[in-house]
Design a protein around this ligand. Structure first.
Ligand SMILES: [Zn+2]
Ligand SMILES: [Zn+2]
Length: 375
């Protein structure tokens, strides 16, 4: 008679109850019944990404109360009976969800899964059920990027975990699943920057700085960093930028064409999503150059006439076109070799200080906030 009662466990989570509100630290319930491909992960740490915050502010609708979070790392607690990829005790990071069998997934591009929106932003598990309930028994927006890692336990699919080595600090690795793979992957995998190439990277937060490190790794000899925060530009220099520009004071196009490359640069990479900034950066890219945009914050994009020149390309890149199972282990090898020093971007916070971490991130004082989850 008890067979329909789902086993649940108490979980601590940072919850958004209302749009634009602060995160509430709550005890909620997680449906612990694992489907055949499910994995229960004890979340050790989670990064905070810009997308969590724009979704808090209803960039597009997501059921509330909601558990966001999509840069989680943790330890496998339990696996469903069809899971082969990992076992209890393995260290994993969680990457965006993908279906695994559509034509884009099968061809090695899960960031362009044809079911990406539904699987990552649908607000529920793949089967339509809801794993989290709040203390009133209300269903919560869950399965954010297939993980909702702002909770100390997360139910994910085999497809969106990547097993990682145990000799690297697990709490550091979660942002490899979004911010760090987005910046580096766009340079290395998507634009395929080569030795001697030139690039301008606009907005040097976590995504932009990982792009700078990647451009250096690729052998780019001109790496221009543009931002409005001088402290970030300093760090960009330390990580490989050859030129910096405070775009509060001057136009990127003017500076690049007059001081660096009169015909423009090979590549541009925008992390700001701002229309006027994208248009300005596009002007600094040469004819037949390629501009990659990793986020669009506006409803529409308009480019000034002079920057639209024959032969220039503009692409919208998701998650650096990363295939996490292949790409993230490589990033970890680069980190271990001292070539991808993501630890320089990170500041750790206790779970109780969640809202402080959000505030510091929004002010630009912290580049990548990582929350250590309580257990
Ligand atoms: Zn797919
Ligand atoms: Zn993200």
């Amino acid at each position: 008679m008890y067979k329909n009662i789902k086993p649940t466990m108490n979980v601590k989570a940072a919850v958004i109850n209302k749009p634009q509100a602060k995160f509430d630290i709550e005890e909620i319930q997680l449906d612990q019944k694992l489907g055949p491909n499910d994995i229960l992960v004890k979340v050790v740490a989670t990064g905070i990404c810009h997308t969590d915050l724009i979704m808090r502010d209803e960039f597009f609708p997501f059921p509330k109360p909601a558990v966001f979070g999509h840069e989680g790392s943790g330890i496998v607690e339990q696996v469903g009976n069809a899971v082969n990829k990992v076992k209890a005790g393995d260290h994993v990071i969680m990457a965006p969800a993908s279906y695994g069998q559509c034509e884009n997934c099968v061809s090695g591009h899960p960031a362009y899964c044809l079911n990406f929106m539904e699987l990552n932003f649908g607000g529920h598990k793949h089967d339509g059920s809801c794993p989290y309930h709040n203390h009133e028994g209300k269903e919560m927006g869950s399965g954010f990027f297939g993980q909702s890692s702002f909770a100390n336990y997360s139910l994910v699919k085999e497809n969106n975990v990547v097993k990682v080595d145990k000799d690297v600090p697990l709490e550091l690795l979660g942002p490899l699943g979004c911010g760090f793979q987005t910046g580096s992957g766009t340079v290395l995998k998507f634009l395929k920057a080569r030795p001697g190439d030139s690039i301008v990277i606009v907005g040097v937060g976590a995504v932009g700085l990982s792009a700078i490190m990647a451009a250096k790794l690729a052998g780019c000899t001109t790496i221009v960093a543009a931002d409005i925060h001088d402290n970030r530009l300093e760090l960009a220099k330390e990580l490989g930028a050859t030129h910096t520009i405070n775009s509060k004071d001057k136009k990127i196009t003017d500076y690049v064409l007059s001081e660096i490359a009169p015909k423009g640069l090979d590549y541009g990479l925008d992390t700001t999503g701002r229309n006027n900034v994208i248009s300005d950066a596009m002007g600094a890219v040469k004819i037949m150059g390629h501009m990659a945009i990793v986020i669009v914050a506006a409803d529409k994009l308009e480019l000034d006439a002079p920057v639209i020149q024959v032969g220039k390309s503009i692409s919208f890149v998701n998650e650096g076109d990363s295939n996490p199972d292949v790409y993230i282990p490589k990033l970890i090898k680069l980190y271990k070799a001292g070539l991808f020093p993501i630890d320089k971007l990170v500041k750790y916070y206790d779970f109780e200080d969640f809202n402080k971490a959000v505030e510091d991130s929004e002010k630009g004082n912290t580049i990548k906030a990582i929350i250590k989850m309580p257990h």
